[in-house]
Ligand binder design. Sequence first.
Ligand code: ADE
Ligand code: ZN
Length: 346
Amino acid sequence: MLKVKPVSAERLPELLRCMPKAELHMHIEGSLEPELMFALGQRNGISMAYPDIDSLRRAYVFDNLQDFLDIYHAGTLVLRTEQDFYDMTHAYLARAAADNVLHAEIFFDTQTHTGHGVSVDVVINGLHRACIDAHAEFGMSASLILCFLRHLSEQEAFECLEQALPYRDKLVGVGLASSEMGHPPEKFARVFARARELGLRLVAHAGEEGPPAYIWSALDVLKVERIDHGVQAMKDPALMARLVQDRIPLTVCPLSNLKLRVFPNLAGHNLARMLDAGIVATVNSDDPAYFGGYINENFTQTFAALGLGAQHAYQLARNSFEASFIDEALKRQYIDRLAVTFETFE
Ligand code: ADE
Ligand code: ZN
């Protein structure tokens, strides 16, 4: 591991902003800013539940995950055409590129949209075209992870996977999102087994609000390669030992955890303790339009609150590339660029 030079507290935010990084946990529907939401609503002749952008933003106060999911689902109603999905994804990728994200793995779901009468091809083709264009426009790579909604049934998840099969080559993997409590990973054991047979990479949200037992079953029953959130793992020393030993990455989202009241404040977040314990943690934005910041804000605010330094920054950025689903050659290229940034930063 590169031993990095210390960087002053004044210069650290600049280093965090300019360092190359990968984002591995963000829901594209959660990047829909109120401005674009209102523009799409107008374009599609959909009346909005809030009279203006400011009153919508004022509604972004949440007590827990479910509170947020209710507002988030209402926001998706404006998405109707392939161009809408393209515009939303292009806006996120432009924003991510400005934050020096070299690679993004984007979560999306189709069940929300098919529930509104929008077909799977509209969703996937819009997202995929934006990922292709981002490569040409911003020089970044991006791939798509289809999330099943865990509050819906196993049967519905199977139908979702079936409908996505014609677009298999546009997906890197599958995940599991939405209301965690009462919907343990094992509910989707057979769907994940099928996705695995199809050669899809596997991830799942677990231990965001739910207990360590959900992380165990995501690993042992679903056989996922990464855990999304996973912050409740610290309650279980045997689980921590497993995550460290098997180098299972956790995609941590500090501002999300703050806004959904998983931790009372950022200073109380367990990211620093996770890194100290040897966990392969990464920093991500989850739903940046709702939680008050894109990936660089997650880095700068969390580093300030926890007193983290340049060595942690390098570790987290390196982890993000190591934990990604890109091929080894590209991984090495990105990690080399990361090293150059740290070696030349003054
Ligand atoms: N969908 C969008 N954001 C989510 C989160 N933080 N947890 C679970 N499902 C989500
Ligand atoms: Zn998430």
